[in-house]
Design a protein. Structure first.
Length: 150
């Protein structure tokens, strides 16, 4: 699904209506824009095969690597890190977001930490029973004067 969306620009079986999209996933044929070549169509169709036993890669990852879609890929060179990336973004520093669309970088964060541990709920808290790690640097930041001994 991800490869389809990266190549085509929208998810496979996409519809603005979620129920219709679910119906498309179950019943509709995969549709390709005219710019998608036959090898890519074959590759995506085999990856998105509804029958898991017939899906490309079911037997092994090598099955995917052997598909003609990857004919130009030298897997050994990639494994040995002998291939230069086709694109290296130019960034000013670690926090430079200029390579990301402003539509995303201008969005306010929607997730936030709960104000108290209790806000997570009892069922979530049980997942952390026996967990004892404490990030001392965070505690130091919070207390301003934490001393630890070894």
């Amino acid at each position: 699904i991800l490869i389809y969306e990266m190549l085509i620009g929208i998810p496979a079986f996409y519809s603005e209506n979620v129920q219709e999209m679910y119906d498309n996933i179950i019943h509709s044929d995969l549709v390709f824009p005219s710019f998608v070549d036959a090898t890519t169509r074959d590759f995506l169709s085999k990856l998105l095969e509804r029958d898991p036993s017939q899906r490309l890669g079911t037997k092994s990852p090598q099955e995917i690597k052997d598909h003609p879609y990857f004919d130009s890929i030298d897997w050994e060179k990639i494994y040995n890190k002998e291939v230069d990336p086709p694109f290296i973004p130019r960034i000013k520093n670690e926090t430079d977001t200029s390579c990301f669309e402003p539509d995303f970088t201008n969005q306010p964060p929607t997730d936030s930490l709960p104000e108290t541990a209790d806000a997570l709920g009892e069922s979530v808290q049980k997942e952390f029973e026996g967990f004892t790690f404490v990030d001392n640097s965070r505690l130091r930041d919070m207390s301003g004067d934490l001393h630890t001994s070894a």
